[in-house]
Design a binder for this molecule. Structure first.
Ligand code: GYE
Length: 348
């Protein structure tokens, strides 16, 4: 691996670095933003010349899933594993992601990992990365670009399949309850609009919806994948519609918000309640909510992508080909299962 010197900003900076390392010990690379590195505040040189320098551009910290995903990358891209990680939290703003990628290019990182907030608007900056000869690995959400050679590969979930699975689960559940002939009123709390997770889940569930004439989608609105926004939108839905039978929540945190809103309105939900709550992600907090009888089913989305991306990088380092599209395996959970036992093995 080529010698990598991230930033060297003159004598003054060297003295500052020496002073700060004397007083505070090792500086955590993962805590510095690319901009800080560029400005030379707390800037570092990569000490281990063999280390693979990786810039990871994360979406934000909006959900339990996201925190587990960040932890997966931080725990994988460690010095012990031969990496030097520069972590950027874009706080759910695409412009921050574009800025971060430009900083990674200036820093001459070896690889860029991008979890794109939305699918479009990437052609220009990915072209810049390509011109700089830096491979871009897309993880979790996807990009739509005219020229797919602008990124090396993508690894993540089949969101469309998750949505279909949720729809099929609902059809079976209603049948078991002897309600397949009933009119069913549904609302949806959507994820961040135009993100792959939102698009796939909405479309997948929508496909099953269109196969059932008696299912009526009253309204879909975004809750931005957060608990607070999910709660707010559900409050609005409960005020507008009297007979909601099902709320489809495109992630766990919005489901928790929906449950709060339902209970505050004096309504019931979950296993023995009025309103069926469907969620996506299936983090351990959702297992707990199912055990508490608050949500009915959670459709798994695996956030542990760090090791898979590392494996891709190791293969690229050895000059091997990697598959362009790699899906992770997923399942679902509902209250008919032994959730207590399953929760013991849940790592996120
Ligand atoms: O479902 C949600 C998060 O992109 C799959 O983003 C991810 C989604 C996940 O905020 O909780």
């Amino acid at each position: 691996m080529m010698r990598k010197l991230i930033v060297v900003v003159g004598l003054l900076f060297c003295v500052m670095l020496w002073v700060s390392s004397c007083s505070t010990g090792r500086v955590e690379v993962g805590e510095l933003s690319g901009e800080e590195l560029l400005r030379g505040q707390d800037a570092l040189a990569v000490e281990d010349e063999e280390a693979i320098v990786v810039g990871f551009c994360q979406v934000g910290s909006e959900s339990d899933w996201r925190l587990a995903n960040t932890a997966s990358f931080r725990n994988t891209f460690t010095e012990e594993n031969g990496y030097y990680l520069i972590f950027e939290d874009a706080q759910n703003k695409q412009e921050n992601q574009i800025k971060a990628i430009r900083n990674f290019i200036l820093q001459e990182v070896d690889y860029i990992i991008l979890d794109p907030i939305v699918e479009t608007g990437w052609d220009g900056v990915l072209e810049e990365a390509k011109e700089a000869g830096i491979p871009v690995i897309v993880s979790d959400r996807q990009v739509q670009v005219a020229d797919t050679s602008l990124y090396t590969c993508w690894v993540g979930s089949d969101f469309l399949e998750e949505g279909r699975r949720a729809g099929e689960w609902l059809a079976n559940y209603l049948e078991e309850q002897g309600r397949s002939g009933e009119e069913i009123q549904i609302v949806t709390l959507q994820g961040t609009l135009d993100s792959s997770a939102q698009l796939g889940r909405t479309e997948g569930f929508g496909q099953v919806l269109s196969e059932h004439d008696n299912w009526n989608m009253l309204e879909r609105q975004t809750g931005d994948f957060t608990q607070a926004k999910g709660q707010e939108v559900m409050e609005e839905f409960l005020g507008k519609y009297e007979d909601i039978d099902v709320v489809v929540c495109e992630n766990d945190n919005m489901a928790f918000g929906a449950v709060e809103a339902i209970q505050a309105a004096g309504r019931t939900c979950g296993q023995d309640g009025d309103i069926i709550v469907i969620s996506f992600d299936a983090t351990s907090a959702a297992f707990q909510a199912m055990l508490d009888g608050e949500i009915n089913a959670a459709f798994e989305c695996n956030p542990l992508l760090g090791p898979l991306v590392s494996d891709i990088i190791q293969r690229l380092e050895r000059g091997e080909e990697v598959e362009k599209v790699q899906y992770v395996e997923e399942t679902y959970f509902d209250t008919t299962m032994d959730l207590e036992e399953m929760l013991k093995n849940r790592t996120y």
